[in-house]
Design a protein. Structure first.
Length: 581
């Protein structure tokens, strides 16, 4: 083996790891909707969780990525620790799929059809299809499909390059001695754990082991302990991802580590006893690519069979290792770990935005109540909710912008843009709630009284504003186009109400029925109520925009107003309902 073989080995390893990463990321994007559906259907049943973890990991080709996702889900409150345990167990089985795919490279036969199963035969075709999909199609899903095929082709090319580069190692005595050394089970476990911890992927480290197996110097006696160690090394990624997370997320990462350590220790003891009591002849045989895939699958299945009945024990163990805090711990609102699955990260944004929207609407309704009867408790609640919406706008805005810079689907990109526009309107609604509160406090402090006519008019426009708030909130939460279409006619009615009330106020001033100080407070009230309705109109417009794949709000509102039947029917209904006569 010369310097050129070393360079080929480095290049092959780099392409192998890059191809695996590329394929995994594209698979995650392509399967985003399915991952979300799986999560929604997830139950606390052991089998359901196990199959979910197996399926997701088989799709994205990485148990580390699945476990990091699970840590993020638990940290955000999207999943319980009990559900996470079963999924993590399933992920350990799902990760063995990669080794089976890579083992196809070891197929040897003169039969044409069997030779076609070798990656070197079909990979060029897949790469051709992949580059056509990636370069000549604009659809994001087709581009991701192309990226999956290109990633797979790169991975297999890297695997073949590595295998070719290391083939000369079979003649080097030091290399032979190294794998004789790894026949010591403990050293083999340590080697597998360290290698996997460094590259943070058990699938990739098994692939490297398979590449080394082509030298004929890797026996099953050395390969099996290395495979056992790889299961421990892959836990590093999840442990790193749990840093800074809440206690349940730390427990989920610790479940992954505990599961693999306990499984490895138990089956390593069994393996050592077999070596001492009955040394199977196959342990001295050279491991094949297929044989390593079989050993990898059997070991992970045995670990799962051992630990699945003990999932309750695992839960209690990690609860002892990471005890409950003295103070109740809130879930982290938005977790960057969820960026690994953009569609689920977006779902979490929806949940936080829904909480923000309800806080904003509640604060405005409380402000309307303050206008009818001031209360210090209501005033404190309004200001608390306004601070909460400010906080939500900050974290949601930053999170959505960061999410949008990643490679996400067109649908998710539009949804992120819609949320970015809406959160500003909800934040402004909470601001108007505080403005209304300050007007109520001014009336209270200065002992100002509205006239009986003004009080009646205020009750009418307040009822209309409360109505439009509920409509816009419902349209947002349920993504209901029918409800969204009802908002704009009511907004027009509120605009007219404001102008009518302004005119009536001027007439009262001229007659001396209203004081100037009370008049200033009255005009502030009208302005804030009318602007609240404007923001409700914006929210409903965004719901309509998103449904029609456009973000041209002004055009959407014009189209709504030009709908002579639906718009004018609602407009007449609201005009009658909120008539001042």
């Amino acid at each position: 083996m010369d310097i050129f073989d070393v360079l080929s080995l480095i290049g092959g390893l780099s392409l192998f790891l890059f191809g695996m990463s590329l394929m995994g990321q594209a698979l995650e994007r392509r399967a985003g909707g399915q991952l979300r559906a799986l999560l929604e259907k997830l139950t606390t049943g052991k089998l359901a969780g196990l199959l979910t973890g197996l399926g997701v990991t088989a799709v994205i080709q990485s148990s580390s990525a699945t476990t990091v996702m699970v840590v993020g889900f638990v940290n955000s409150g999207l999943m319980t620790l009990k559900q996470a345990i079963n999924i993590i167990m399933g992920a350990n089985i799902g990760t063995t799929v990669t080794a089976w795919i890579l083992s196809l490279a070891g197929i040897e036969s003169e039969n044409l059809f069997i030779r076609l199963l070798k990656p070197s035969s079909f990979t060029p075709v897949l790469s051709l299809i992949g580059i056509i999909y990636y370069m000549f199609f604009k659809n994001a899903k087709k581009k991701d499909t192309g990226m999956i095929l290109l990633g797979f082709a790169t991975l297999m090319f890297g695997m073949e390059t590595m295998s070719g580069a290391v083939s000369g190692l079979s003649d080097i005595p030091a290399f032979q001695q190294m794998f004789i050394l790894f026949k010591n089970p403990v050293l083999g476990v340590l080697a597998g754990a360290i290698l996997t911890a460094v590259i943070q992927s058990s699938s990739a480290s098994v692939g490297i082991l398979q590449a080394l197996a082509v030298t004929g110097q890797v026996s099953y006696g050395a390969a099996i302990p290395i495979i056992m160690g790889q299961n421990i090394g892959t836990c590093v990624t999840a442990m790193i991802s749990s840093v800074g997370a809440n206690k349940n997320a730390k427990r989920a990462a610790l479940v992954h580590l505990s599961f693999n350590i306990i499984g490895t220790v138990v089956w390593l003891i069994v393996f050592c006893l077999l070596r001492v009591l009955y040394y199977p002849a196959f342990l001295n045989e050279s491991a094949s690519l297929m044989g390593i895939a079989v050993a990898h699958s059997i070991f992970n299945l045995l670990c799962t069979i051992l630990m699945l009945p003990l999932s309750g024990f695992l839960e209690r163990l990690v609860t002892v290792l990471v005890p409950d805090a003295k103070q109740p711990e809130a879930f982290e609102e938005l977790d960057e770990r969820l960026f690994a699955t953009p569609s689920i990260a977006l779902d979490r944004c929806h949940m936080v935005a829904a909480d923000m929207a309800e806080s904003a609407v509640t604060s405005l309704n409380e402000a309307l109540s303050c206008l009818q009867g001031f209360s210090p408790e209501l005033a404190a609640s309004i200001r608390e909710k306004e601070n909460k919406t400010d906080h939500y706008e900050d974290i949601l805005g930053t999170y959505l912008v960061n999410l949008s810079t990643r490679q996400i689907s067109e649908a998710d990109s539009r949804e992120a843009a819609k949320l970015l526009k809406m959160i500003g309107d909800f934040e402004r609604i909470a601001d108007h709630a505080v403005n209304l509160l300050e007007s109520a406090e001014e009336l209270q402090d200065k002992r100002l009284r509205l006239t009986q006519a003004a009080s009646k008019e205020l009750a009418t426009i307040s009822a209309a504003v409360s109505d439009i708030l509920e409509l816009s909130l419902s349209a947002f939460l349920k993504n209901d186009l029918t409800t969204a279409a009802m908002v704009e006619p009511l907004e027009q009615v509120i605009d007219q109400l404001k102008e009518q009330l302004r005119t009536r106020h001027i007439l009262r001033l001229q007659k001396g029925d209203c004081t100037i100080d009370a008049g200033f407070a009255w005009l502030d009230l009208l302005t804030n109520l009318e602007r609240t309705a404007d923001h409700c109109s914006n929210i409903a417009g965004c719901v309509i925009d998103a449904a029609h794949d456009t973000m041209n709000l002004h055009q959407s509102l014009r189209e709504v107003r030009s709908d002579s039947e639906e718009f004018w029917a609602y407009y007449k209904e609201y005009t009658h309902k909120y008539s001042l006569t």
